[in-house]
Design a binder for this molecule. Structure first.
Ligand code: UFG
Length: 334
């Protein structure tokens, strides 16, 4: 696809879980990466690739000065709060950061005349989809302020794009998991809420048992089904999105998943095999806001961006996460 040349990319939230893996893939592909992050929820230990600038998106003037001086061709925007139940308890916190600070970023980009944007969206914009696998044409129907914040930004991007103010790719992530297979970076949350990390930390002895939230869902084994995508494949999708925009592609939205689902019980079974630990599991009541089944329809990203996943294998996803977990000390610090 096109000429191979170095692209200058600014990554917001590049110290976070997904942003840091994307930074690695971009640098390894010969691109120039500048990470901006306020380190409010992330670890500086994941800052291994690219140049780092401590910058808060709330400081729009500084942001503008920075963008004007550095002139990136593309901005990839990862910085956001991501904990769904927290967003229900503290909606303003989520709207202020995920929507308000994105507006500041877009406004600073506009003043600095930077037009290519890659946005971290989420399957949460669909809420509980009527049809699964869900495709990109399904309506927005978020059921949490987190999902709503992502849908709001997508609407803003759509309008800006129609007006010719921006070209963007919005990537709707399904359940992102896994870690860098080379072991340099990985998820580093102290109190993770995500299933695979909870299961592995339980196997490690950091929690006494794993809870399965709900066994009475209308699914084959009664537990929720999710489409788990390896973070390195997701990172590769960002590279494709960037190439697409740089080659003149028009604004698009893509689901990012593999198009196949695993139940909570299936994930737990694989985690036990990979770790070799028969950790304790307790079946408890449903967690509020969990859609029974979330699986991506992936035809669009495969066709239009040529997405070809390399790690489409739940055991491998869990194995890479386990290897990373074992490298971490107690309490999650690398
Ligand atoms: N689960 C458990 N026990 C746990 C943790 C999770 O049973 O200890 C279950 C959940 O109830 C759910 C499934 O495992 O059924 C997956 O839960 P995760 O927390 O790992 O992931 P989610 O599907 O809740 O979250 C994902 C994305 C969010 C997005 C959300 C939209 O990570 O960014 O989907 O529903 F907003």
């Amino acid at each position: 696809m096109g000429l191979k040349r170095t692209i200058k990319v600014v990554i917001t939230g590049g110290a976070g879980y997904i942003g840091s893996h994307v930074a690695k893939v971009l640098v390894r592909s010969g691109h120039e990466v500048i990470v901006i992050d306020n380190l409010s929820t992330s670890q500086s230990t994941n800052l291994r690739y690219g140049e780092f600038w401590p910058l808060d998106l709330a400081e729009e003037d500084r942001l503008y000065e920075f963008l004007k001086e550095r002139e990136p061709q593309v901005v990839m925007h990862f910085a956001a709060f991501i904990v769904v139940p927290e967003s229900v308890d503290h909606p303003l916190k989520y709207y202020y950061n995920n929507v308000g600070n994105t507006l500041r970023l877009l406004s600073a980009m506009q003043k600095a005349n930077i037009k290519n944007f890659v946005f971290s969206s989420s399957a949460a914009v669909y809420g509980i989809p009527e049809v699964v696998p869900v495709d990109e044409e399904a309506p927005f129907n978020p059921i949490s302020p987190y999902g709503e914040s992502k849908a709001m930004v997508e609407k803003i991007l759509r309008d800006m794009s129609k007006a010719g103010e921006i070209r963007y790719v919005s990537l709707r992530y399904f359940n992102v998991a896994g870690a860098d297979p080379e072991g340099e970076i990985g998820p580093a949350y102290n109190q993770p809420t995500h299933l695979i990390l909870r299961a592995l930390k339980t196997a490690k002895g950091e929690y006494p048992f794993l809870e399965i939230f709900g066994t009475d869902y209308p699914t084959p084994d009664g537990t929720c089904v999710r489409d788990y995508i390896h973070v390195m494949d997701l990172a590769a999708a960002h590279l494709l999105a960037m190439d697409y925009l740089i080659s003149g592609g028009d604004s698009q939205v893509f689901n990012c998943g593999y198009g196949r689902g695993y139940s909570v019980r299936e994930v737990v079974a694989v985690a036990k095999v990979v770790t070799g630990v028969d950790f304790e599991v307790k079946e408890t009541s449903r967690r509020p806001g969990d859609p029974p089944i979330l699986i991506a329809k992936t035809d669009k990203i495969r066709t239009l961006l040529g997405f070809r996943p390399e790690f489409d294998d739940l055991s491998l996803i869990i194995k890479h996460t386990w290897e990373w977990e074992r490298r971490l000390g107690k309490g999650g610090k690398p």
